[in-house]
Write a protein that binds this ligand. Structure first.
Ligand code: GLU
Length: 400
């Protein structure tokens, strides 16, 4: 349609959101659907956070706030960075937005020019590349492999850097693979980055707290202080604090970049919802012990799903150490035909037929630049996961 902006032709609708919406529609229409599409914890938002939001409403905190966050929230974020990441930021170095996605969007749109390149290790979250494309720049995907646990290797990073590279996007634990980088893994990458002073680092730490098997979380500016001046450390409340729909994300970084992000946000959404910012203050300053309890449960679910998927014909599922996703290969299903006669030509055919024939919703690997595979979010009940895995086993077992 000629009326629409040409820039829209460069991007796709978010596949994670499309799958979740489709699953919701099918459920509403009465179908028996198990949705493993959306990356969203099934645990309720903590009570103290809900109470803080209600209290903010009652005290009339319903007016405009500073565009990129109330001072109390910026102070809580400064304290969080110091406490968890050994990172010293001033409040003037903090930006708060309506979800991590807006923060990433602000940072990319505020800095990209045509011709710029952004290095993205793949498989990667669906929105990175599309935001880069909206900004008129070029995503440069660097493949990781299942053998390397989907962790980017330093040689591959070195090879991808050109004089045009503006940003390196880093995401650990990873959406969609669940891959988590240890201290040594990150150090190898930051050693490369130190040698290329024109490359900035955008690190998406959204899954920081969702890390298992005793692995400790590190973020690049913490591992390599020489990168501090050119790193934007992005995080959010959605996953660890079960606040997906409440939409609060934030970042710490160099002041000029934070100022540019504020300028952009002042001409789009203005401030994140006032009362939710008060909920975020409570989430960051309040008790954190529920996170470990959730992780114990998540790790159990991961083990169940990995074991059951590896019993499905043609599926190979690695066991990741973070986030709440597994990213199994469905290479063994490609070229086969389903019980209802659908030919599986690629991973999108696989997930479409799985939804049609067994009512299990997940996201195809092509959406994450990593085929043939699919992403399962195991942030749902054990019963639902068991049933979904049984259905996947049946679906794969019936392929001919
Ligand atoms: N980040 C989540 C996911 O990957 C939520 C949906 C989205 O924004 O992509 O499923």
């Amino acid at each position: 349609m000629g009326f629409l902006a040409e820039s829209l032709n460069r991007i796709q609708p978010s596949a994670t959101i499309a799958v979740s919406m489709k699953a919701r529609q099918l459920k509403a229409a009465g179908r028996d659907i198990i949705s493993l599409g959306a990356g969203e914890p099934d645990f309720d938002t903590p009570e103290n956070v809900k109470n803080a939001i209600k209290a903010a409403l009652d005290k009339g905190a319903t007016k405009y706030t500073d565009v990129d966050g109330i001072p109390e929230l910026k102070a809580a974020i400064v304290a969080k960075f110091a406490r968890d990441n050994d990172l010293a930021y001033k409040p003037s170095q903090i930006s708060v937005g309506t979800g991590g996605k807006q923060v990433l969007y602000n940072a990319l749109l505020a800095t990209l020019n045509p011709g710029d390149e952004v290095i993205i290790p793949a498989p990667c979250w669906v929105s990175y590349a599309d935001i880069v494309l909206l900004g008129g720049a070029t995503p440069v995907f660097v493949a990781t492999t299942m053998e390397d646990g989907f962790r980017l290797q330093p040689e591959a990073l070195e090879k991808a850097i050109t004089p045009k590279t503006k940003w390196f996007m880093f995401n650990s634990p990873s959406n969609p693979t669940g891959a988590a980088y240890g201290l040594e893994d990150i150090k190898k990458l930051t050693d490369v980055l130190v040698r290329h002073p024109h490359v900035w680092v955008m690190t998406d730490d959204m899954y920081e707290h969702l890390i298992f098997d005793g692995l400790k979380f590190y973020t690049p500016a913490q591992v390599e202080p020489r990168l501090y001046e050119r790193t934007l450390t992005v995080n959010g409340l959605s996953k660890a604090y079960c606040m997906t729909g409440l939409r609060i994300g934030y970042a710490g970084g160099p002041e000029p970049l934070i100022n540019a992000m504020r300028k952009l946000q002042s001409q789009s959404t203005s401030n994140p919802t006032s009362v939710i910012q008060w909920g975020a203050v409570e989430a960051l300053n309040g008790p954190q012990d529920f996170i470990a309890e959730h992780n114990t449960e998540f790790a159990k679910r991961r083990d169940l799903v990995v074991s059951m998927l590896n019993q499905a014909k043609g599926i190979a599922c690695p066991k990741p150490q973070g986030a709440f996703y597994v990213y199994p290969s469905c290479a063994g299903a490609i070229g086969k035909t389903t019980a209802k006669g659908t030919k599986i030509g690629n991973d999108e055919d696989f997930v479409t037929a799985l939804l049609e024939e067994e009512g299990v919703a997940c996201v195809h690997g092509a959406a994450f630049e990593g085929s043939p595979a699919f992403r399962i979010s195991y942030a749902t009940s054990t019963e639902a996961l068991e049933e979904a895995c049984k259905r996947i086993q049946r679906f794969c077992g019936n392929l001919t």
